[in-house]
Structures are given as structure tokens and as C-alpha cells.
Design a protein around this ligand. Structure first.
Ligand SMILES: Cc1cc2nc3c(=O)[nH]c(=O)nc-3n(C[C@H](O)[C@H](O)[C@H](O)COP(=O)(O)OP(=O)(O)OC[C@H]3O[C@@H](n4cnc5c(N)ncnc54)[C@H](O)[C@@H]3O)c2cc1C
Length: 287
């Protein structure tokens, strides 16, 4: 059943400090709404239990991409379209460009934000595998100040995260250190457009003399939250790329895979395809 919009309230303090003060005054009362592409679907479907919404969509302070010689920092209110057309991100983080281009439709990309994609906490979301592979750090902000953590520590469990009730996700920083790395990303869904992933894998690897001297993998829909794949990474690290390594990497990935059965796919299919994607990445590294 559709929601009765008269039961909902929306406020929009005009600056970031005013938003943060509102959250600090009554922690937990307000739910931030950025692009609304998750929350409005829930509203329309009668599933939005939070009645007090706090718009952050208009905050210019959250919509930026800044570049230094060592990092690129992306404001949480940056849209997928902003990301896709950022030359700095195109140059240094092609996996994120690819992921942003997969997300929903063009209309979705014009409104949906990277912050909303992260905080929503779907295990199938498109940008997290790339962010995990690139070693993203995130900064949270409240009226009391900021704190920064590895993005890999943000998701605590299915749809739970490290945000306190008075905090917003402020920004995502990516280290510009992957110029010499080879990279891989692939999303497997029901079709090529407008489909949530059944499974997705992103990876970056440094290969020297056919030996993998560094590797980072990020996956969607492999566990209850977007996840690195430490067992698979360990099976590949400092190994030559050959049949034994590929077999060991596939087996290791399956030990850490905890996919679910749902309307989009089965756990068995997801695990099998995740191993196939990893093998595809390794075969690409060998060429
Ligand atoms: C038709 C359609 C297709 C879609 N396809 C895809 C797809 O292919 N891949 C994919 O990954 N997603 C997809 N989505 C989901 C959605 O578009 C993305 O997750 C998007 O990134 C959400 O961003 P938003 O700004 O619209 O979030 P909102 O709906 O505004 O918010 C989502 C959640 O994040 C919280 N939030 C947002 N910003 C902040 C912040 N800065 N600090 C703290 N909390 C915050 C909100 O409180 C809310 O809980 C699709 C959605 C639709 C409607």
C-alpha cells in the first residue's frame, strides 16, 4: 500500500552546520535524504517507517570532488553523473567510473549520490566493490567534529553501519597510488542495464615478472555486506599466475563466500560465478 505523504515531514536547513546542529539537538529523530532514489522508492511502496526526513540534497558543501597529488576526495552528495564525468576520477579510478555507469538509469545517476549508495548498505550496491579495491577511507561529520576510518570498517552487518545518529557521511577519499596496477571489474545481473547485481567483483593487482606482489579484491552480494576477500587475496599474493594459483584462489574465495538465496539469484550460482570472475581477473593478469 502506498504511504500517506501527509504523515511525513521534511525539513531542509540551509547549510551543513545547521543540518548537523539539527541532528545533534535530537539524535535519531531525523533521517537524512540525499537524492532520495532509495528512500522515495520505500515511501512509494509504503515501506518508509522514518517519518521525519532531513534533506541534505541541496547542500553544496557535500557535493565536490577535490584532487591532490596523493588523493581524490569525493563529497558524499556527489552524484553518479558527477563521478562519471570527472576527468580526475576517470584518470585514476576507472573502476569507480565503470561502477557509476552501471547504477540504475541516467535519471538515477543524475540524482543518486555515492553517499546514499554507501549508507543504504545494500550488499549488492555498485560502488562499494570498487571503493574496497581502491582502499577508500571515509570521513563522518557531526556538530562535534569529524572522524575518518577505512571504508572496510563502515558496514557492521546487514544494513547496519558505524554512523552515530547525529552523524552524516561527509566524504570518501581514494589514494592515487594505482597507476602501475592492473584492474578488473564486472557485474553480473539479469541484463546489462537497470539491474541490481547478482554478484560483482572488482580488483586491483600489481604484477611483477608474472608474480602478484599486491592485490585487493572487493565484492558485492558475496556476503551480507560489501566485502574484501582476504582469503582469496592471501592465496594469490606473492604467487605466480598459473593453474595452481587460480585453483587455490577459487577455493579460498569459496571458503569466505556467504551469499544468499533471494529473488535475484541463488547462493550456489552467486558463489560459482564469483569464483569464475576471480579466475577471469587472474587470466587477464597473466596476459
Ligand atoms: C530504478 C532504480 C534503479 C537503481 N539501480 C541501482 C543499481 O543498479 N545499483 C545500485 O547500486 N543502486 C541502484 N539503485 C539504488 C540507488 O539509486 C542508489 O543506492 C543511490 O546511490 C542512492 O543514493 P541517494 O542519494 O538517492 O540515497 P537516498 O535515497 O537519499 O538515501 C539512501 C540512504 O542513505 C542515507 N544517506 C544518504 N546520504 C547520506 C549521508 N551523506 N550521510 C548519512 N546518511 C545518508 C539515507 O538516510 C538513506 O538511509 C537504484 C534505485 C532505483 C530507484
Amino acid at each position: 500500500m502506498r504511504s500517506n505523504v501527509l504523515e511525513y515531514a521534511l525539513i531542509a536547513p540551509s547549510t551543513l552546520p545547521a543540518v548537523l546542529q539539527t541532528l545533534a539537538d535530537e539524535p535519531g529523530r531525523y533521517t537524512p535524504i540525499a537524492g532520495g532514489t532509495e528512500l522515495m522508492v520505500a515511501l512509494s511502496a509504503g515501506r518508509l517507517t522514518q517519518k521525519n526526513l532531513l534533506s541534505i540534497n541541496h547542500l553544496r558543501e557535500l557535493r565536490f570532488i577535490t584532487t591532490t597529488p596523493t588523493d581524490i576526495t569525493i563529497g558524499s552528495g556527489t552524484t553518479f553523473t558527477d563521478i562519471r564525468y570527472s576527468e580526475a576520477i576517470q584518470e585514476s579510478f576507472p573502476l569507480l567510473i565503470e561502477a557509476a555507469s552501471w547504477t540504475g538509469s541516467i535519471a538515477n545517476q543524475n540524482r543518486g549520490t555515492i553517499g546514499g549508495n554507501i549508507v543504504n548498505g545494500s550488499p549488492a550496491a555498485d560502488t562499494p566493490p570498487a571503493l574496497l579495491a581502491y582502499g577508500a577511507k571515509i570521513t563522518l561529520v557531526s556538530a562535534a567534529g569529524t572522524r575518518t576510518m577505512p571504508y572496510g570498517m563502515f558496514h557492521l552487518g546487514y544494513k547496519t553501519n558505524a554512523l552515530a545518529p547525529d552523524e552524516l557521511l561527509y566524504s570518501i577519499s581514494l589514494p592515487r597510488k594505482f597507476a602501475a596496477y592492473r584492474s578488473y571489474i564486472r557485474k553480473v545481473g539479469t541484463r546489462n542495464a537497470q539491474a541490481i547485481s547478482k554478484i560483482a567483483l572488482a580488483g586491483v593487482a600489481l604484477v611483477e615478472n608474472n608474480v602478484v606482489t599486491d592485490i585487493r579484491l572487493g565484492a558485492a552480494s558475496l556476503r551480507e555486506v560489501p566485502t574484501r576477500c582476504p582469503a582469496a587475496e592471501q592465496a594469490i599474493l606473492n604467487q605466480p599466475i598459473n593453474e595452481e594459483t587460480i585453483a587455490a584462489a577459487r577455493a579460498a574465495l569459496l571458503t569466505e563466500a556467504r551469499p544468499i538465496d533471494d529473488i535475484r539469484s541463488t547462493a550456489k550460482y552467486r558463489a560459482a560465478i564469483a569464483a569464475n570472475l576471480l579466475e577471469e581477473f587472474l587470466l587477464q593478469l597473466a596476459t
